[in-house]
Design a protein around this ligand. Structure first.
Ligand code: ATP
Ligand code: MG
Length: 414
């Protein structure tokens, strides 16, 4: 029989890998809470229209990456490819905009039909923060600072650099777009087919192209700095001043446009050189117009998302959980007392492994394999005295302890 495999681009998270994910999620959750981001969640699938128009028909995500299907009731459904559009939908559906500012932390699986490779999957996981209802640069600074602190707390702060750019307001963006279209039209014959297709609908994306020929052309492309309105320039200066004041280093990258249609003003990415082409571990920006595109009230907002799989490849292996107490019954008569003792100790908060079967040597070997700190050996003579043998597995020493004092005595090992 052929070996049963998970679907392409998906993977099982076995315990060691899951520990990495948990470490990332728990660190991010804790730090996001310090900034006042409240955790929320939205459905894994939504009506396709929640994603299609807001993200942009000409973006890679909508044009070729969405898992879209018609369900049994005839509804057009899409598995969420990212968190932001669903969160904004939830804010509108629940009428939360009046309570702005809104600050959310989010984590969960995302789905994109991509070509699987290192750091790129079809089901992957993100952590995400969104700050809504604040039009001032202070919000951009705060979400970037939060990302920085999370990466630092994960121990990878020194291995990522922050790249920063501004797209300016809509007016700046439109003027720049026209300049880019005019420029690329002069290089039409040399552009990749993908980029020729992007030219009319999403020319900013060409700047992001990974094609070598496109990259050469891009080296001479106009810079957006010349097309920024004075207000856009002021906004960007405000963001930079704040980051400077916090001592957060960044490099301005005028080519950083990011994939989604809804960005204005600030865009940013934390990038590492250690994951090859999939070097962006965290990316985000300001998306002031998104709520209105979705039929909601005006709601300026800024946020980011980070890929958990990519972060998991960078962090150090997290330690295993607490070391267990191994309970080793010696002889058949000790089996039930061992079972009861294990339950009591678990109720008291200990991690307990029970030695199930085999001779004493085998059971102690299993205790060792489970990385137990101590073994409680229940022998018939000791049990008759209301006691057990407590064995320190690191030192190899042992002593007899009355059962009534066992929990207290065990406590001294942890
Ligand atoms: P990329 O340029 O790598 O395709 P993106 O711009 O599509 O990234 P975003 O939509 O900004 O990515 O998602 C934020 C983060 O989520 C990325 O920086 C990355 O860490 C992670 N991510 C995105 N797509 C995938 C994927 N298919 N597999 C694993 N992680 C991903
Ligand atoms: Mg992508």
């Amino acid at each position: 029989m052929a070996q049963l495999q998970p679907a392409r681009g998906t993977q099982d998270l076995l315990p060691a890998q899951m520990r990495r994910h948990r470490r990332i999620i728990e660190t991010a959750r804790e730090i996001a809470a310090r900034y006042g981001f409240a955790e929320m969640s939205t459905p894994i699938f939504e009506f396709t229209e929640v994603f299609a128009r807001p993200i942009g028909e000409a973006t890679d995500i909508v044009a070729k990456e969405m898992y879209t299907f018609v369900d049994r009731g005839g509804d057009e459904i899409t598995l969420r490819p990212e968190a932001t559009a669903g969160i904004v939908r939830a804010v509108i559906s629940n009428g939360l905009a009046q309570q702005a500012p809104l600050k959310f932390f989010y984590t969960g699986p995302m789905f994109r039909y991509e070509r699987p490779q290192k750091g790129r999957f079809r089901q992957f996981h993100q952590i995400d923060v969104e700050l809504m209802g604040v039009a001032a640069p202070q919000a951009d600074i705060e979400v970037i600072a939060c990302g920085r602190q999370i990466l630092d707390a994960l121990g990878i702060g020194g291995r990522v650099v922050l790249e920063l750019n501004t797209l300016g307001d809509r007016e700046s963006r439109a003027a720049y777009r026209d300049a880019l279209v005019a420029f690329y039209k002069r290089h039409l014959d040399d552009l990749s087919e993908d980029s020729r297709r992007r030219l009319e609908r999403n020319p900013l994306r060409i700047l992001d192209s990974k094609d070598e020929g496109d990259k050469r052309i891009n080296a001479d492309a106009p810079s957006n700095a010349e097309y920024l309105t004075p207000a856009s320039r002021d906004f960007f200066d405000g963001v930079r001043r704040g980051l400077d004041a916090l001592g957060i280093e960044y490099k301005v990258n005028p080519r950083l446009v990011r994939g989604l249609d809804y960005y204005v003003h600030t865009t940013f990415e934390f990038i590492t050189t250690e994951l090859g082409a999939q070097g962006t571990v965290l990316g985000g920006g300001r998306y002031d117009g998104l709520s209105e595109i979705m039929g909601g009230p005006p709601l300026p907002a800024v946020g980011w998302a980070a890929g958990i799989e990519r972060l998991a490849m960078l962090i150090e292996e997290p330690p295993e959980g607490r070391r267990p107490v191994a309970i080793v019954p010696a002889g058949d008569d000790a089996a039930l007392p061992a079972l009861k003792l294990a339950e009591e100790l678990r109720r008291a908060g200990f991690v307990v492994e029970l030695g199930y079967s085999g001779n004493m040597r085998k059971r102690l070997q299993r205790a060792d394999k489970a990385n137990a700190r101590v073994a409680v050996i229940l022998g018939e003579t000791e049990l008759a005295r209301g006691a057990a043998v407590l064995r320190d597995l690191d030192k190899g020493e042992q002593e007899e302890v009355p059962l009534a004092e066992l929990a207290d005595r065990l406590g001294t090992f942890y």
